[in-house]
Design a binder for this molecule. Structure first.
Ligand code: PLP
Length: 439
């Protein structure tokens, strides 16, 4: 009997014993093409020698030094490299161990910033429905996924949720994309005015929505309007790039591709590429300066922040991303992925939508193509797709709807940037077979 407390108490999972490029291998020698990188993590595949060596060298040199006493060379170098390639105005990097921690730090930083500048009433955070920002209590409160939140609601800080920019489901008949984008963004202004602008500290959103909706980019103009509204009311714009950042959408920072500038941005998953648990919260120089000139101390911090081995891995990842220009490779692979998915699934009677950016794709399944009605959650379609896909040697990331009836089951794909051109068809074929078997 296993003594591990697993995610799912009754699931019987294979044991992964090795990684080889885009593949994971279990004890039976079965090979699984990792088309979701776990959950958008393994962007460089599972056996990258450069990263493995960077980790080994760092452990030999220095395994750990507490950030209360020392800084370290890899943390400094990684921060320099990230800032040299960060969106305009972003000037400081606060390292953490994962995505939830990065979001938690972002929320606390927003609050502390306004205390430092004397706007002490600013305490409200606005987020979007059908969003996921992590599982720690602050990050969970920010997320709008009803299913994930339900049992913890009494423990969560109050966060307002507005509509996501989710054109497939929410654009009205006859409404132009531009009008829809403005209407969705204007919900932010309405909510700020309802709460009282002097009480709002931040708005958090993913530039391209990952887990909850399945690779949904905003329509053009949406984020420009969001930025305008944040500026008008002095609200900080927090972009959560934990899933969509680090090259995944074809840009090192996803917000570059979406043409929006954040005040705070969070990254994780692809930063360590699965080789180490590392994330970061990056903020503008103005926010950092307010703290540096005020109390001089961000009232936060975990033991493992800025871990030398984790940041050495992150440094090796980002260096490869830039030296090999992997974001450009991701942009080149994007149309191949889209074509393969459309060829295999586009005509299927339960195919609702195929959407994405770069190597971040979502396939939404619906009970009825005409009405876009989702499948009944009791069918547990997402879980069955996962099982069927694994049986066919494919790892993908199917997710059920958020249980508020607003969206249905979808499958998220986030394959490694090192995949070959013809592997787009392999992914689409195995996924198509798995979906058909599960339906
Ligand atoms: N933010 C987003 C957008 C995510 O997709 C996730 C995880 O899926 C998180 C935050 C939480 O990251 P982690 O699981 O590393 O804590």
């Amino acid at each position: 009997m296993s003594h591990v407390f697993p995610r799912h108490c009754h699931a019987t999972l294979p044991t992964a014993v090795a990684g080889d490029g885009c593949y994971l291998i279990d004890t039976q020698g079965k090979r699984y093409f990792d088309a979701s990188g776990g959950a958008a993590v393994s962007c460089l595949g599972h056996s990258d020698e450069t990263i493995k060596n960077a980790i080994k060298d760092q452990v030999d040199q220095l395994a750990f030094a507490h950030t209360g006493f020392f800084t370290s060379e890899p943390a400094e170098a990684l921060a320099d490299l990230l800032i040299a390639n960060a969106p305009e105005g972003i000037d400081r990097v606060y390292f953490v161990s994962g995505g939830s921690e990065a979001v938690e730090a972002a929320i606390k930083l927003a609050r502390q910033y306004f205390l430092e500048v004397g706007q002490t009433e600013r305490r409200h955070l606005i987020a979007r429905r059908q969003s996921y920002h992590g599982n720690t209590l602050g990050a969970l409160a920010a997320g709008g996924n009803a299913w994930r939140r339900a049992q913890f609601d009494p423990l969560l800080i109050g966060v307002s949720h507005i509509a996501p920019c989710y054109e497939y489901a929410e654009r009205e008949e006859g409404e132009s994309l531009a009008d829809y984008g403005q209407r969705a963004a204007d919900e932010l202004e309405a909510e700020i005015l309802r709460l009282g602008p002097e009480t709002v500290m931040g708005f958090i959103a993913e530039p391209v929505v990952g887990a909850t909706l399945g690779a949904v980019p905003a329509v053009e103009g949406y984020f420009a309007r969001i930025r305008e509204i944040c500026d008008r009311y002095g609200v900080l714009l927090i972009l959560d790039e934990v899933m969509c950042g680090m090259g995944r959408t074809g840009h090192l920072f996803a917000c570059e591709g979406e043409g929006v500038r954040p005040d705070i941005v969070t990254i994780a998953k692809g930063l360590g590429a699965g080789y180490q648990p590392v994330g970061a919260m990056l903020c503008s120089g103005a926010i950092y300066d307010a703290i540096a000139k005020g109390t001089g101390f961000f009232q936060h911090g975990h033991t493992y922040i800025g871990h030398p081995v984790a940041t050495a891995a992150g440094l090796a990842v980002v260096r490869q991303m830039l030296e090999r220009d992997l974001p450009a490779r991701v942009r080149a692979l994007a149309p191949l992925m889209e074509r393969a998915l459309r060829d295999r699934l586009g005509q299927h009677e339960h195919l609702g939508d195929i959407r994405g950016r770069g190597l971040f794709w979502g396939v939404e399944l619906v009970a009825d193509r005409g009405t876009k009605a989702p499948f009944d959650p009791s069918r547990k379609l997402a879980g069955r797709i996962k099982t069927e896909a694994m049986a066919r040697g494919l790892i993908c990331y199917p997710m059920p709807g958020t249980r508020d009836g607003r969206n249905g089951d979808h499958v998220l794909l986030a394959p490694p940037f090192i995949m070959e051109d013809d592997e787009a068809a392999l992914i689409a074929d195995r996924l198509g077979d798995a979906i058909e078997a599960a339906l």
